[in-house]
Ligand binder design. Structure first.
Ligand SMILES: Cc1cc2nc3c(=O)[nH]c(=O)nc-3n(C[C@H](O)[C@H](O)[C@H](O)COP(=O)(O)O)c2cc1C
Length: 378
């Protein structure tokens, strides 16, 4: 893998064909207004333990839509109650949840943003205390409202309860839950679906030999470990038809000997593309603890670039991308087709407006009520 995390030199970029951060991009005919996207981020802000998104989600996502982001991907949204990380997660397994999401989606559309939803099943990382607002970590016991976590094998995530290994019927249920969630998401108005196959959640647990020791057709060889994800991609594509873009978020590596690798990620991305996926959001890690993650600005960009070049697919890069020039260089260098930012959008929901001003790009989607706040031209 080449190291472009520090990004290409200005000279090389001057010669590169000019794709810029603020160029639109088309996914199955859905035109996203730019390539500066919001990464999925759990808020743990459901009020009633019912998976229904709240006014917090409306304001949180709405601010970033007003702030000029292109695609906004919701937090990991559970396809079933047992697929939640915590009981404060959003879900999309009921009509009530879908109706609540549709209000949010309408608002994002009103601001010109493209609305994506990350469909997720936490697997063995389910039934945990929320990441904020709880004094405890790890698995919530049944007497305090927890549920038995599920996984490919009875191998616990370090510090968590041992999961129940899914049997054949359980795997069919998981696939059906992703399909029903996809149907509800499209009915709620989402333009784009993203399958969460990263960060040690259920689909990643099947992909990685560190969490999957099955001896049936869902374990062992790469083909077998990828089978659940590919079944979900195929089934979701069959359900939603040909017009809805389908993204897959991968962890590009487990950073561990004997774990999931970037080469495997590229192979499975290619197969997933044949099965009906369109675009790959490449992150890393999350399936085990105690590994060294080489954090630095743009540290996951080389993983995205490797998947793009090896599988010949479109990708986004994510992780410690925090400035306009850094984001623009990643796209302009051709390392990735788009960038997703997480924490920078939390710090500044209007980061896209700011980035455009810094890059000297005129936007025709400044929100009308904010027009008097445009940055003066230098
Ligand atoms: C508060 C928070 C919640 C997150 N929740 C999710 C999530 O629901 N799904 C997911 O795939 N990644 C999640 N992530 C990871 C982000 O999508 C992103 O990959 C990561 O923060 C690195 O990008 P950044 O350096 O721009 O923040 C979360 C990150 C943060 C900070």
């Amino acid at each position: 893998m080449s190291d472009i995390s520090a990004s290409a030199s200005p000279t090389a970029l001057d010669a590169a064909p000019a794709v810029s951060l603020f160029d639109p991009i088309s996914l199955r005919g859905v035109v996203v207004r730019n390539r500066l996207w919001v990464a999925p981020m759990c808020q743990y802000s459901v009020q009633q333990r019912d998976g229904v998104p709240t006014d917090w989600h409306l304001v949180h996502l709405g601010a970033m839509a007003a702030g000029g982001a292109g695609l906004i991907v919701t937090e990991a949204t559970a396809v079933s109650p047992e697929g939640r990380i915590s009981d404060r997660d959003t879900g999309i397994w009921t009509d009530e949840q879908a109706i609540a999401w549709s209000r949010i989606v309408q608002h994002l559309h009103g601001q010109g943003a493209t609305a994506g939803i990350q469909l997720a099943h936490a697997g063995r990382k389910g039934s945990t205390w929320p990441a904020w607002g709880a004094t405890r970590r790890g698995t919530v016991p049944a007497e305090q409202g927890g549920w038995p976590p599920l996984g490919p094998s009875a191998i616990a995530f370090p510090g968590y309860a041992e999961p129940v290994a899914l049997d054949g019927a359980g795997i069919e249920t998981v696939i059906a839950d992703f399909v029903a969630a996809a149907r509800r998401a499209v009915r709620a108005g989402f333009d784009v679906l993203e399958l969460h196959a990263a960060h040690g959640y259920l689909l990643h647990q099947f992909l990685s030999p560190l969490s999957n020791e099955r001896t049936d057709e869902f374990g062992g060889s790469l083909e077998n470990r990828a089978r659940l994800l590919l079944h979900v991609v195929e089934a979701v594509r069959a359900e939603v038809g040909e017009t809805v873009p389908l993204l897959v978020r991968f962890s590009g590596t487990d950073y561990a000997p004997g774990g999931w690798t970037v080469e495997e990620t590229a192979s499975v991305a290619g197969w997933a593309a044949q099965a009906g996926a369109d675009f790959f959001d490449v992150s890393s890690g999350g399936n085990i603890t105690g590994v060294q993650i080489p954090l630095s600005p743009g540290y996951q960009v080389p993983l995205a670039q490797f998947v793009k070049e090896t599988a010949g697919v479109m990708v986004s890069a994510v992780g410690l991308i925090t400035t306009a020039t850094q984001a623009d260089r990643i796209v302009a260098s051709g390392a990735a087709d788009a960038v997703m930012l997480g924490r920078e959008f939390l710090r500044d929901p209007h980061f896209a407006l700011r980035a455009a001003a810094e890059l000297g790009v005129q936007l025709d989607y400044w929100p009308g009520p904010y027009l008097r706040a445009t940055w003066p031209e230098e």
